[in-house]
Design a protein around this ligand. Structure first.
Ligand code: C5P
Length: 396
């Protein structure tokens, strides 16, 4: 529940993307937000207020002369109760009216009368988006401190292809969560490794570690939401990069090492979450090994570089954070790793507590001692770890 207790006015304006606002409302509510919908007259031609009323559990406002507010001041009352006004989709006409401070319908009046931030997710035909008038309006809205989410590029409802599509509801949700996250790592550059590495034996076989990559991806997301510029060096995992995170795909430990070392000195914080294979195959075969090649093929192993220890040894290098996944003696092993690699902070977990799953139990070890975190979903643990890192690096 990443939006627990947040009060959001969702403004819906006239455009075909209005149907996606219903899904957005559902996603916001699922994260605990209390959502009040206000629609323009145009929006009601695409989706009915009943849809939003059913999903939000609240009456929907469309008319500035609505008699339901006893004081006839819906435009003031609704926006005063809000932590955020989010307009999605925001039509070209709505942007233009907002730039000029028009108050010719309920939503526009609320926006003008608001004392809370405003985020808009534009959605329109590509020509309308590219039109200098719209571009001027968007630049002015930005200058006025209004957050512009997207738009995305791609195929449009009209059949044309270009910029102007509304961001997907999941993407807007991510931006809203980021909006409410304290910017503890503002302007910090964070480099993270995640997932397993894969060390080839031949073109189709290899040695790897079990690692879902979930914790590393959750940390990349939490760091970005805290305002950092995040680069994620990822071994082979099956999911997409978090929004706004620069992802570099690697396979072997040597590739991961090269990608990290090329960027480590430019980073403020390095978090090694990847389960890096300790050894690689020295005599990897260029062609597939065949069973009838005679005998069991010998596999010769050589040690991989310890990426975290190397980054920690860089003069003037980033603040380094390690992970220790252990099957027993967590404190003893994690502390030993912290000393050996010479890093200020290590996050330890017992493999049986969270491997591969969504939840985990983490214990943080630093110079001040041991800090057990309450067992929680990885997204929540990631947020707490980022807070701890911000504390230690004195960035809040
Ligand atoms: O040495 P060990 O694998 O137990 O330590 C785990 C920590 O070290 C993790 O943070 C992992 O990402 C990092 N590590 C690394 N390069 C290696 C091995 C581990 O960066 N070759």
């Amino acid at each position: 529940m990443e939006l627990q207790g947040k009060r959001i006015v969702l403004g819906v304006t006239g455009g075909i993307a209005a149907y996606k606002a219903a899904e957005l409302l559902r996603l916001l509510a699922k994260q605990g937000a209390e959502v009040q919908v206000a629609m323009t007259e145009g929006a009601t031609h695409f989706v009915t207020p009943t849809t939003f009323q059913a999903l939000s559990g609240k009456p929907v406002f469309t008319d500035q002369w609505d008699a339901r507010m006893p004081n006839a001041m819906a435009h003031i009352d609704l926006s005063r109760q809000a932590d955020l006004i989010l307009v999605a989709p925001a039509s070209a006409d709505f942007l233009a009216r907002t730039v000029h401070g028009l108050a010719d319908d309920l939503l526009a009046t609320m926006v003008l009368a608001r004392d809370c931030p405003l985020l808009v997710a534009p959605a329109m035909n590509r020509q309308m988006w590219e039109n200098p008038a719209t571009q001027r309006n968007v630049a002015q809205l930005r200058a006025d401190g209004i957050g512009i989410l997207g738009p995305a590029s791609g195929e449009q409802a009209c059949g044309e292809v270009g910029a102007g599509r509304m961001l997907e509801p999941e993407e807007i949700l991510e931006e809203v969560i980021a909006f409410f996250t304290p910017k503890l790592l503002a302007s910090k550059r964070v480099l993270i490794t995640a997932g397993p590495t894969f060390e080839a034996i031949d073109p189709v076989r290899g040695i790897t570690n079990l690692s879902s990559g979930r914790m590393g991806y959750a940390l990349a997301r939490a760091a970005r939401q805290a305002g950092a510029a995040v680069t994620l060096v990822s071994g082979p995992v099956g999911f997409a990069a978090p929004q706004g995170v620069d992802r570099i795909d690697v396979r072997s430990a040597l590739e991961m090492h090269a990608a990290v070392m090329a960027r480590a000195s430019l980073s403020d914080i390095f978090i090694g979450v990847a389960a890096v294979a300790d050894y690689r195959v020295a005599n990897a075969a260029g062609h597939k090994l065949k069973k009838d090649m005679g005998g069991i093929p010998p596999i010769e192993l050589v040690e991989n570089p310890d990426i975290l220890a190397e980054v920690a040894a860089l003069p003037g290098g980033p603040f380094c954070v390690g992970f220790a996944a252990e099957s027993r003696n967590l404190e003893e092993y994690a502390q030993a790793k912290r000393r050996k690699k010479n890093i200020p902070l290590i996050a330890g977990n017992l493999i049986q507590d969270g491997f591969g799953g969504d939840d985990n139990r983490l214990v943080l070890f630093d110079d001040k001692g041991t800090h057990p975190l309450t067992p929680a979903p990885k997204s929540e643990l990631a947020r707490q770890l980022i807070e701890h890192i911000a504390d230690l690096t004195g960035t809040d």
